[in-house]
Design a protein around this ligand. Structure first.
Ligand SMILES: Cc1ncc(COP(=O)(O)O)c(C=O)c1O
Length: 389
């Protein structure tokens, strides 16, 4: 950026709005998480378009930084990774009874299994593709979401072992997911650890001792070493956001936010005191002032719940969204400051020089950083910087 660009905030690479993803930050975050669980493999969780960061570039950067596995929710996400040329271990964990998993089986995607009917679905997919499918048996150790109940665990393990002996599946992993690992004081994590270990012992009774036992996501990786087992599955930490305020801010945790969202001021105008701003006139100017129009809104994933509170940075100074955030635009009151149409607005980013982070946006709009980055809309193009870009 030239000196004059730095002063005016002009930056030709930003049109209406852009999300810049720093792949070096992703690599550094993976290193940080790996250092927290040095004995375990690391699975980079890249579901939901890598939490809005772009699944293919993030997956490549993660592999480049040494991620051993990639994790996704959906079979279609796993296939997108294979179609991008990724040949390493990938697991997926969310599908419905009518889904045809044979392409996944043929593509050597490992599939999570929570029930005997899911096992049957995976076995028949493998038979159609004439391959033995790698599976991860999932126990619900207390999250109350996906996974086998402890009561249904023993029959599931027994049947999976029978299918393994018949050559239809390979039980690669046993896994579960923590509910409250971002609250270090919660007793739920120790209770889940106990149930998980009981599930492993039950499996061992049936001579099922897979090479990958895994339980921890980012919060468990950072706060509960006893949850690391053979692999940790990290999502939010690799994107540089906190898994929960109970563990401290991303900066406290040594994580660097990878996504910076910028827009350009579309219009400025001076209005009189008492001028209502945006739908419902929830904000009214208190003096003659300049309004700057930011051309992004909830149609781009900007949280409407942040109306009146979201911070933005223009020319190195913080302003606050004034009035209601609309579908395509919102307004900031910049007072007497010489803000011009075309100036670059940093919405959120790495938190450098006092600008906001996605975690701050989350706090100001009653949600979590995960949601701020993941729901950033497709109308905002992603661009990539860093050695892996
Ligand atoms: C099963 C599973 N494992 C791991 C993760 C990664 O969690 P986090 O983003 O908190 O690291 C997720 C994300 O929600 C998940 O659903």
């Amino acid at each position: 950026m030239s000196a004059s660009q730095a002063v005016t905030g002009h930056n030709a690479s930003v049109n209406r709005a852009t999300a810049e993803i720093d792949l070096d930050a992703i690599a550094a975050n993976i290193e940080r998480l790996r250092a927290a669980a040095p004995e375990s493999l690391l699975q980079a969780v890249v579901k939901a378009d890598a939490y809005g960061h772009g699944i293919v570039p993030v997956a490549r950067a993660a592999r480049g930084a040494g991620a051993d596995y990639l994790g996704v929710a959906l079979p279609s996400e796993a296939m997108a990774l294979r179609e991008s040329g990724d040949t390493g271990p990938i697991m997926c964990w969310l599908y419905t009874p009518d889904e045809d998993l044979s392409a996944c089986a043929a593509a050597d995607i490992e599939i999570s299994v929570s029930s005997i009917s899911m096992l049957e679905q995976v076995v028949s997919a493998g038979q159609r593709s004439e391959v033995r499918v790698g599976i991860h048996l999932k126990l619900d150790s207390g999250l109350g979401r996906n996974g086998s109940t402890p009561q249904e665990w023993e029959p599931l393990v027994r049947e999976a072992k029978r299918q393994q002996d018949d050559g239809n599946v390979e039980i690669v992993g046993i896994w579960s997911h923590l509910a409250c690992a971002d609250e270090p004081e919660s007793p739920a994590t120790q209770q889940q650890l106990r149930l998980f270990c009981q599930g492993l012992a039950t499996a061992a009774d049936f001579d099922v001792q897979p090479r990958l036992r895994h339980l921890a996501a980012t919060a468990g990786t950072l706060a509960f070493p006893e949850s690391h087992f053979d692999m940790v599955r990290c999502g939010i930490g690799i994107y540089g956001l906190t898994p929960g305020g109970g563990l401290g801010s991303a900066a406290d945790l040594g994580l660097v936010p990878a996504m910076t969202v910028r827009a350009r001021v579309a219009l400025t105008k001076v209005v009189d005191s008492g001028h209502g701003v945006s739908y419902g006139h929830t904000y009214r100017t208190s003096a003659q002032t300049r309004l700057a129009l930011i051309p992004v809104g909830y149609g781009d994933g900007i949280p409407r719940a942040g109306s009146g509170s979201l911070p933005v940075d223009i020319r190195g100074k913080r302003y606050t969204a004034a009035g209601t955030i609309a579908m395509d635009q919102f307004v900031v009151d910049v007072g007497d400051d010489q803000i011009e149409a075309g100036d670059v607005v940093e919405l959120f980013g790495a938190g450098a020089a006092g600008a906001a982070t996605a975690d701050e946006w989350a706090a100001d709009s009653g949600t979590i950083g995960y949601e701020i980055v993941t729901r950033l809309g497709a109308r905002i193009p992603r661009s990539y910087v860093g050695a892996n870009s």
